[in-house]
Each structure stands twice: as structure tokens, then as C-alpha cells.
Design a protein. Structure first.
Length: 343
């Protein structure tokens, strides 16, 4: 009995120590704080117990975001991802292990964080983002995207815009704003930005900022192809080395026989997944682009990890800044959601 009481007391001391640094940040003023920030225990309670954050994507960026946001003190997290774990993910997506190959990314990531971060509750959603409606997305205070698709970004952008509410004077209801933190990295490029729906420029307003995609995640190519380029890349990367249609030689983008074989195999895979748009010209162009970018891709393997870390840092810091700058509005929004749920 005494041992049990001692263990509970030790655990209580550990938990209190865990929040010591956050208490210093949130419960006392600072000349460097945001003008709207007011130090109080209420802020700490909101972040620790009430604030709900949705992370879209559990890949290279999503795994890091889950870990860092959980360690910051946020305990109510949800994660959505439609992919399963592939062997190629293990070199950079550290929440996964070899025994997890073939399992949904969202479920494995949630299990890992729930086990390693005391008090954190991550709810996984193994599905497409389109499988949930407005009521699902409305429950969150911040949405963080670690996506590899412009189409998915635009859909998420449209969803948060559709949640905005206006009064009879066409004035925006501040409590209906759900900030969107968008991050992504590819090769030598990285991107991180904060979107305040109805206030700042949204993703559709700034589509010119996104360069055309020339590389694609292997897990998407292998398990969940969505574009005709995914089918072509699947044949180029996986089927060519497996079937060796012309012997043990590399693909020659100038050889018509090679292009025709890849085109026909890509068409078969596209038919299997109901994807349209495979053409000989697209196949030829995709092969030419990959030959041109092959050296750059090989040279950027180590550097890309640095860009991912930088992008991750910016995204995580922006989540924290949003909480500090919008804390009063978010607490008010949480009270409104809670009242609606009780009714």
C-alpha cells in the first residue's frame, strides 16, 4: 500500500515537472511577448487539456510534427493519413519500424506517440481527408498540413473557408476562424506558411507560389496512385527492375521501345485504379524530367533532411505562435463549441 502511494506521488512529481517550463512561459509576462498575450493559468490549462489540433499527413513531416507538438504540451491531437507504411519510409519517418510495414501510417504513428508521451491522446484516422465533413473539421482549433499534394492542400483550404461565419452586417465571426499551418519539403525546396481564413491570402489565392511537381513519394506510387504520373513512375522505378523487359540495362529515355513498354504497363496500372490521362507524350515527358533530375535527387538526399527539419521547425513554431497570439479568441471558440455540444 505504501509502495503504491509512493509510486503515485513520484508520478505526480514527474508530471508537475513536465509543465514547469510551460508555466514559466505562460504564467508570467515578458517584454518580448505578443501584445495580445496575457499570462494566466487559464492559458496553460487550455493548451494542456482543451486545445484540439488536427495534423493532416503522417509522412516525413507529419511524424516530426506529431512528436514536436505532443512534446510542446498539446494533448488533444488527431492525425489523418490514407497511406500504409512502405519499406522506403523507414529511413526518415522515425515513428515506424520494420514490423510496421503494411500497416496504416496514422494508426502506427498514434500508437507510438500515445505510448511515448504521457498524457497525450492521439486519435488516428486511416482515410482520405474527403471522407470527413464540416462537423469533423469544425471541432479543431488549428489544422497543420504535412501533405505531398497540391490537390489535397486546395481541398483543405476550401474546407476551412467553408467553415467561416458572418453576421448580418457581413462581419467575420472571429471564433469561426481555424488557422491553417501548411508545410512541405521536396529536394532542395521547403515551404511553411500560416493561413488565417478570411483574413490572409489563402492557398487558392497564391497558387503561383507552388512549383510544378517533378518527384513523387514512393509510398504513394506503390500503394495509392492518384495521378497518371504515379503510374508511370511505378513502372519506371519498380516494374522495370523487376521484369527487366530488355535485359539488365537501364532505361533509355530516347529509346522508343523502352518508352512504349513503360507506356503500356502504366496504362494497365492506370486502368486498375481508374486513373485517366496516360499518353505516350506524357510518358516520354515524365521519363525525360526524371533523367534530368536524377543527379540532383541523388545529391540532395542528405540536404533534404536539413530542409525537412527547417520546415518542421517553422511549422511547429507557428503553431505555438498562433496559440499565444490567438489564445483569447480560441478559448472563446472552445466555449462556444462546448456549449453547442452540450445543447
Amino acid at each position: 500500500m505504501d509502495q503504491t502511494a509512493g509510486a503515485e506521488q513520484a508520478q505526480s512529481q514527474d508530471n508537475s515537472g513536465r509543465w514547469a517550463h510551460l508555466q514559466k512561459l505562460l504564467c508570467r509576462g515578458s517584454p518580448l511577448a505578443h501584445p495580445d498575450f496575457e499570462p494566466s493559468e487559464e492559458t496553460l490549462t487550455f493548451i494542456r487539456d482543451l486545445c484540439k489540433i488536427l495534423i493532416i499527413g503522417a509522412g516525413g513531416l507529419g511524424c516530426e510534427l506529431l512528436k514536436d507538438i505532443a512534446l510542446l504540451g498539446f494533448t488533444q491531437l488527431d492525425v489523418i493519413d490514407m497511406d500504409i507504411i512502405d519499406l522506403s519510409n523507414l529511413n526518415r519517418q522515425f515513428l515506424f519500424r520494420p514490423q510496421d510495414i503494411g500497416r496504416p501510417k496514422a494508426e502506427v504513428a498514434a500508437e507510438f506517440i500515445n505510448k511515448r508521451v504521457p498524457g497525450c491522446r492521439v486519435t488516428p484516422h486511416y482515410c482520405k481527408i474527403q471522407d470527413h465533413g464540416q462537423e469533423f473539421y469544425r471541432q479543431f482549433h488549428i489544422i497543420v498540413c504535412g501533405l505531398d499534394s497540391i490537390v489535397a492542400r486546395r481541398w483543405t483550404n476550401g474546407m476551412v473557408l467553408s467553415l467561416l461565419k458572418y453576421d448580418e452586417n457581413d462581419q467575420l465571426d472571429q471564433s469561426s476562424i481555424i488557422p491553417l499551418v501548411d508545410g512541405g519539403s521536396e529536394g532542395f525546396k521547403g515551404n511553411a506558411r500560416v493561413i488565417l481564413p478570411g483574413i490572409s491570402a489563402c492557398i487558392d489565392c497564391t497558387m503561383d507560389l507552388y512549383p510544378p511537381q517533378v518527384t513523387y513519394p514512393l509510398c504513394t506510387i506503390a500503394s495509392k496512385p492518384r495521378l497518371p504520373e504515379h503510374c508511370i513512375e511505378y513502372v519506371r522505378i519498380l516494374q522495370w527492375s523487376k521484369e527487366k523487359p530488355f535485359g539488365d540495362i537501364s532505361i533509355d529515355g530516347d529509346n522508343p521501345d523502352h518508352i512504349v513498354w513503360i507506356y503500356e504497363k502504366a496504362q494497365e496500372r492506370a486502368d486498375e485504379f481508374g486513373i485517366q490521362g496516360i499518353t505516350y507524350r506524357l510518358t516520354q515527358g515524365t521519363l525525360a524530367e526524371n533523367c534530368m533530375h536524377l543527379y540532383m535527387a541523388m545529391a540532395s538526399v542528405a540536404e533534404s533532411n536539413d530542409y525537412t527539419c527547417t520546415c518542421l521547425y517553422v511549422c511547429t513554431v507557428q503553431v505555438w505562435h498562433l496559440k499565444m497570439g490567438c489564445i483569447k479568441r480560441l478559448i472563446k471558440a472552445n466555449a462556444r463549441v462546448s456549449q453547442k455540444s452540450s445543447n
